[in-house]
Design a protein around this ligand. Structure first.
Ligand SMILES: [Zn+2]
Length: 87
């Protein structure tokens, strides 16, 4: 499957359709290496069915987003903590 490597801001449109806040400013802590970073600064691999957001340090797949048949599936098993700043 063809993938295009971009930064986490590239996945913003898809994340905006799911979450009611700006996910690019949310901080994720990688379950693999413990690095904390904003989603906008992660590496995002866009593909036909969605996106994979990877840790910029260890390349662990933090969030898998699949968009198909009018639904979104999120696999966030490699996110230890998701920190969302209020308004
Ligand atoms: Zn990591």
């Amino acid at each position: 499957m063809m993938e295009q490597k971009l930064d986490g801001n590239a996945a913003a449109g898809m994340l905006q359709a799911i979450f009611p806040f700006d996910m690019t400013l949310a901080q994720v802590t990688c379950a693999g290496c413990g690095t904390t970073t904003v989603i906008g600064a992660t590496a995002a691999y866009m593909h036909g069915m969605g996106a994979i957001i990877r840790c910029p340090r260890c390349d662990n797949a933090l969030i898998h987003i699949v968009h198909a048949r009018g639904r979104y599936w999120l696999d966030m098993r490699s996110v230890r903590v998701l920190e969302i700043k209020e308004g």
